[in-house]
Write a new protein. Sequence first.
Length: 126
Amino acid sequence: MPLIFVRDDARRRVTVTAIGNITLNDAISILDRRVIDGVWSYALLYDGRQRTSVMEAQEVRILVELTRTLSSRHGRPGPMAMVRQDASGYGMSRMFGTLSEEANFQVSVFRTIEEAEVWLDSMLAT
C-alpha cells in the first residue's frame, strides 16, 4: 500500500504520507486503521505532496459519509490537516474540507507541512 502511517502518542497525532496512486480503498483503510489503533480522536496530518492521483467527487462524498458513520460510533474525529501542492489535488481536498465542515468535522487544507502543523498545534491547544 502506498501509504505510510506514523503514530505519535506524545503529540496525539497521526501522520499519513501518501505516495503515488492512492485509491478510495486506500483512503478507507486510513479510517479503519484509526479506529482499530484507537487513534480516532488524534489529530491527523495527511501529507499528499507525493501523491499522483486525485479522487473523484463521488469518492470524496463516500469518505465524508463513512467518516460520519464512524463518528456516530466512535465520537468526533480529531482535527485533520491535508497538504496538497498540485492544483487538482488541492481542489479536491478543499471539497473534502467543505463537506467535512458541513458534517461538523475540523478539516483544513494547506500547501505546506509547516502551515498544517501550526494549525494542528493550535487546534489541540484549544
